[in-house]
Design a protein around this ligand. Sequence first.
Ligand SMILES: C[S@@+](CC[C@H](N)C(=O)[O-])C[C@H]1O[C@@H](n2cnc3c(N)ncnc32)[C@H](O)[C@@H]1O
Length: 258
Amino acid sequence: MIAATGTYTTLRHNLRGRSPRFIATQRSAQFQREAARRVLAGYDTKLARLKAESPCQGAYYYASLVPSWIGREPNAEPNALKYLRDGEAHINKWPKHFLRYMTSVKKGYELGVGPGFLLRYLIDVEGADMRGCDLDPAKNLIFRDLRDELGLAHRVDVHAVKSGQPIPVPEGCDSVFGFWTVFTETWSLSDHAWFLDHCREHLIGEKRVFMLFNSRGYDDHPEIQDYYIRRGAEFPYLANPAANMHPRDRNAFCILRL
Ligand SMILES: C[S@@+](CC[C@H](N)C(=O)[O-])C[C@H]1O[C@@H](n2cnc3c(N)ncnc32)[C@H](O)[C@@H]1O
């Protein structure tokens, strides 16, 4: 049973008379916020201990959480930390901007699950049967710990999406999701054509693909934008609606029925 803390008492009060969908969204968001807080608290405790033991080690601790980061920028924070530091914004952006386009998803697959917030919302709010894939979790401990706290570890395949290599979309999925996709940054038009045809082959029902492009590989490639438009993509947002987080990125969001 959930303890009647101040937060939950306020949440219960705010939910009176609201629709089941609204209630499910608020409950999911609350669960995700608390999971993100627990993960952050775990890292802060470790960081504080390391700082006390050795100031130098402390400064590098966060970087060491994502080994691949070390080679690139030893002093920079790992990118994944923003999902903890700005957890509230990253959790809220889904109901604020995107979930309204995802009603009626029954079974879906997310490419590059990352922190897992979208997967959790689709399970909790849509009642969707969700799985997804991401790179080796040992290479990104923040994402691994978040997905554990969100109860998603068993739903995420270790798989790197590469053009021309089959994506493990389970049988019976109606939707594929790719948000802030890193793997498309170097893709040519023929890679995108392969990707959309591959999704069409493996989806059933509405056969929808939801994509939020990183600026690189999309904004700088007008022919790719034209291609998606020609294949019938709708663009509810041509620029990132959560622009306060990435003011320089456009991040077009599209929905394609295949
Ligand atoms: C910018 S994050 C976005 C996470 C999540 N989709 C979201 O919107 O919150 C990109 C994610 O894609 C994953 N990723 C990068 N390259 C990938 C690839 N080739 N195949 C699968 N996942 C990949 C990263 O590990 C990371 O979790």
